[in-house]
Design a protein around this ligand. Structure first.
Ligand code: 5GP
Length: 335
């Protein structure tokens, strides 16, 4: 089915929910550990639905990084651990940027049998788990897809929606840097600025409001950086000790992985985060040659060709061995 038909199907579902007095609210969610695209796309959709009189709950698992607290409507985002309205029966659940339903974590428990799932994503490894699947692998961000959805409804983009969708596109393209930065996303960014998004204010809030603690965390990470395999691989490691030494937590780490790619010789960057002695989060970045999306996929994770992640159910040392072995093979060209 064409993208346009799928968008019409989603809009007609929202239309029928808006008209039916007995319909339960709409649940909007995104992946565990909300980031700029997941929050921007969810909040863009939230305001669009709210304007139509649709009752919505935006529920996520994981702390919102402080740098996103300036976003319009951010106060409506509920942490699943604080959610109290368990009597609610959702008519529809919209997931942003999730390749499978597990990615929304504990929020998935709210998605019951009679709840229609609308899956909006731009990741190639999406498992089409929704009742309606709006998938666009060319889109720079889920925010771009929400823009297309709202525009196809004929509705105008308000300044608040523009700001949130601009955040989504700005952050998911690494400030218009990654190969996902297309002419289309730049055109949409321009439309969003026309509609009221303020690029200077948004960039300032997201990239220039770090706390001293976060810069200390970056300092410790940088001083522990390891270059291996003829400098083609760069590793960084986050441990609970680094968090406690700097007074930070996992919500302070967004973007730190990008330091691994700042040396021009590096082809693969890996950030290990020790969660426990049985669980390690691994984030990957690469230049064009190595497909780290496929690498993360091998360990049950996902993402894009040049930016991905996974969770390995073993301690740091074992996770390091597993990943180093795979990266070595890929850099040697044997995989
Ligand atoms: P980041 O490193 O910026 O958090 O994530 C880069 C990309 O990898 C994003 O598209 C993100 O959704 C994906 N990603 C990161 N961690 C995981 C994971 O544990 N599982 C899956 N499926 N995707 C992940």
């Amino acid at each position: 089915m064409s993208q346009n038909k799928i968008r019409q199907e989603i809009l007609s579902l929202f239309g029928s929910i808006a008209k039916s007095s007995g319909a339960g609210p709409v649940l909007i969610s995104g992946h565990i550990g909300p980031d700029g695209d997941s929050l921007g796309s969810q909040l863009g959709l939230y305001r669009f639905l709210h304007k139509q009189g649709i009752d919505c709950r935006v529920i996520n698992q994981g702390m919102i990084p402080e740098k996103y607290l300036f976003m319009p409507d951010i106060e409506v985002v509920i942490d699943i651990d604080d959610f109290k309205e368990h009597q609610l029966s959702f008519s529809c659940a919209v997931t942003m940027e999730c390749s499978n339903l597990d990615r929304i974590g504990k929020v998935a428990d709210l998605v019951k049998a009679n709840c229609k799932v609308v899956n909006i994503d731009h990741h190639k490894d999406n498992s089409s788990f929704g009742d309606i699947n709006l998938l666009d692998f060319e889109a720079s961000a889920a925010g771009e897809m929400v823009y297309d959805l709202i525009v196809s409804s004929g509705d105008a983009i308000s300044a608040e929606i523009a700001t949130n969708l601009y955040v989504a596109i700005l952050t998911d393209t690494g400030r218009f840097h990654y190969s996902s930065t297309t002419a289309k996303c730049l055109r949409i960014a321009s439309e969003l600025v026309e509609a009221g998004a303020n690029p200077e204010l948004i960039t300032e809030n997201i990239y220039y409001t770090k706390k001293p603690e976060q810069l200390r965390l970056a300092g410790l990470l940088l001083s522990g950086m390891e270059y291996m395999l003829d400098n083609r691989l760069c590793l960084m490691t986050l441990t609970p000790e680094i968090f406690s030494a700097t007074g930070t937590n996992s919500s302070d780490t967004e973007g730190m992985i990008n330091y691994t790619m700042q040396a021009g010789v590096v082809e693969v960057g890996v950030l290990f985060s020790e969660i426990s002695d049985k669980m390690t989060k691994v984030s990957f970045r690469s230049r064009q040659k190595i497909d780290v999306g496929a690498l993360a996929n091998r360990f049950g994770g996902g993402g894009h060709h040049s930016a991905s992640g996974c969770v390995i159910e073993s301690g740091l040392e074992e996770a390091r061995k597993l990943i180093l072995d795979q990266v070595r093979q890929r850099l040697n060209g044997s995989v």
